[in-house]
Every structure is written in structure tokens, then in C-alpha cells.
Design a protein around this ligand. Structure first.
Ligand code: GLU
Length: 305
């Protein structure tokens, strides 16, 4: 009897773990349902564009293509299809429209996956030309990198299992295990405002989600944009609860000294917001979560310092 029961428990856990891996694992899980590549907007390549005052642009020009940092495990925002290697999502569309404005065919972009904790170093070392991946603009980061934008306003939220009845907001996190990405603003906010929560950090949110599905943690916290994508993959098992409790203005990260590039990207964002590309891109990606396109936030062309 005892043995049988233990056997059943093991079976049940295996089943949950299998669902988790299929649902959200970094490797092998298909992207959320989205448009086919040929349904996405075509961004007009500005072949005559020149930006001689930007060292980053000059380097890319010699190379013949842009290298763009992104996320690969954030459905709706930045997700890599393990079968084709193709990246898709709202951030990826932003990266592609900006590439066209800088005179590079978006199809030629080489995307590189960079985790939250490594973004500043990647920009400082010249590993990437710019970064588009749920990257919150704030004063601390502005000491290390530059930001074009903002191009979207997100907010920190909580993802729990649908069988969780005790968590509705950050006030319920005391004594609970909460997972987030190392180096992220949501991690830092919980550490500061909810010191009684038991924080767990990984490089990628998809690992947090696997831990949530296998009962290793009680909640995952980061931006609502990211969490809605995970919930959409397994709506029976995961849900976003409460209201967003922060403002996360997303910027395009650039090397700090390259003000020419930053301002050119600000100009390009303004053009794509005006000509409808931004809304089209939103509707075909993040908009699939059911939230209608908001107005993009006001672009902050801050002076060089
Ligand atoms: N927007 C937040 C940040 O930049 C969380 C999302 C992320 O880690 O990319 O830290």
C-alpha cells in the first residue's frame, strides 16, 4: 500500500514536470501562436541613410549587418523558435523596424540572446550594436548605457499556478518563494520592498516558470508583458494576478557614448509610431494577449552627459 502510494506520487510529479518542459522550457518548446513571417509588416529600408558620427553604425556598416541583443524565451516579446532559429515578438519587430531606418535590411540582423544581468556588459564590450528586450530605462543603468525610447510602458506583476489561492499581490509574498531574473528591476524591487519574501534568481524567466509548474517556487515576478506570454502557453495552469505595481518604461539599449545612434533611434521610433508600423507590430505580437494597442509613451530625447 505504502509503496503504491509513493509510486503514484512519483508518477504525478513526472507528469507535471513533463507538462512544464513542454510548456515553457527554453529548449524545444514551440513559440506561442503568432503570425507567419510573411504576415508581419514590411519595413522600408532607408538605403541612403548615413550616420558617420556614430561609431556603432560605422562598425555595422563595414560588417554589412547589425548585431542586436534580445531575449529568446519571452513569448509575445522575444522568442526564438528552436526549429528554425527565428526570433519573433514585439521587441523583435521594434529591432527590425529600427534596422530598416538605419539602412540595414531587417532580414540581415544577427540576433544574440543576452540575459538581463549581462546587458550592460554586452553593450559596453561592443558585443551587440543595440539591445531590444524588455529593458527598463532607469538612472542607474543610464550611468552605464544609453537608451532610445521609451517605446512601451510595462508594469511589474505576479504569475502563480491556478491552484494557488493565497497570492493576489506583492503584499502576500512574505514567507513565500518568489522567482525572478538576476539583475532585473523586478528582482531588485522585491528585495527592497518585500524583504520577507524568499527570493530565488535565475538567468532566464523560463527557468522560473518551470520551477513554478513543479512547485519549487510559489510565484514568478517580472513585467506583465512577459508573464502574460507564459500564462497564454498554459492557461489552465498559470495565471497573472493583481494589478501591475511598478512602471517599466522599455528602452532600446545602446553604447553609452554613442549619442548619435541613440538620437537616430529616437527619430526612427517616432517615424514608425507615426506611420502605423508600431501599432501593426503590436497587434500581431503582444496584442495577441488580448490587450488592445495603447498609445506609445512619449520619447525622451535626453541630452548627452
Ligand atoms: N523590465 C525589467 C528589467 O529590465 C524586467 C524584464 C527583464 O529582466 O528583461 O529588468
Amino acid at each position: 500500500m505504502h509503496r503504491t502510494r509513493r509510486h503514484l506520487t512519483v508518477l504525478a510529479l513526472t507528469a507535471v514536470a513533463a507538462t512544464a518542459l513542454v510548456a515553457c522550457g527554453k529548449e524545444g518548446s514551440p513559440p506561442v501562436k503568432g503570425p507567419q513571417p510573411d504576415e508581419l509588416p514590411v519595413y522600408q529600408v532607408q538605403s541612403a541613410f548615413r550616420l558617420p558620427s556614430s561609431p556603432t553604425w560605422g562598425k555595422a556598416r563595414k560588417r554589412g549587418h547589425l548585431v542586436v541583443g534580445a531575449k529568446e524565451d519571452q513569448p509575445y516579446m522575444g522568442e526564438k523558435d528552436p526549429a528554425t532559429g527565428r526570433y519573433s515578438g514585439f521587441d523583435i519587430e521594434i529591432a527590425r523596424m529600427l534596422s530598416a531606418s538605419l539602412g540595414f535590411d531587417p532580414a540581415s540582423i544577427r540576433f544574440r540572446t543576452i540575459a538581463s544581468a549581462n546587458r550592460e556588459t554586452a553593450l559596453q564590450n561592443g558585443q551587440i550594436d543595440y539591445y531590444v528586450g524588455t529593458y527598463t530605462i532607469n538612472d542607474n543603468r543610464k550611468k552605464l548605457v544609453g537608451f532610445a525610447g521609451p517605446y512601451y510602458m510595462a508594469g511589474q506583476s505576479l504569475l502563480v499556478r491556478t491552484d494557488e489561492k493565497g497570492i493576489d499581490g506583492p503584499q502576500d509574498l512574505d514567507g513565500r518563494r518568489v522567482c525572478s531574473a538576476a539583475g532585473s528591476t523586478p528582482y531588485q524591487r522585491i528585495e527592497k520592498d518585500h524583504p520577507e519574501a524568499e527570493l530565488v534568481a535565475y538567468d532566464a524567466y523560463s527557468v522560473c516558470v518551470d520551477n513554478l509548474l513543479t512547485y519549487q517556487v510559489d510565484a514568478v515576478t517580472t513585467d506583465d508583458t512577459i508573464l502574460m506570454g507564459y500564462a497564454a502557453k498554459v492557461p489552465d495552469e498559470l495565471e497573472v494576478v493583481g494589478r501591475p505595481f511598478s512602471k517599466e518604461p522599455y528602452g532600446v539599449g545602446v553604447p553609452r557614448n554613442d549619442n548619435a545612434l541613440r538620437l537616430a533611434l529616437d527619430d526612427a521610433l517616432a517615424v514608425h509610431e507615426r506611420n502605423g508600423d508600431w501599432t501593426k507590430a503590436y497587434d500581431l505580437t503582444l496584442g495577441l494577449s488580448g490587450v488592445p494597442a495603447p498609445r506609445p509613451p512619449v520619447i525622451d530625447r535626453y541630452p548627452a552627459s
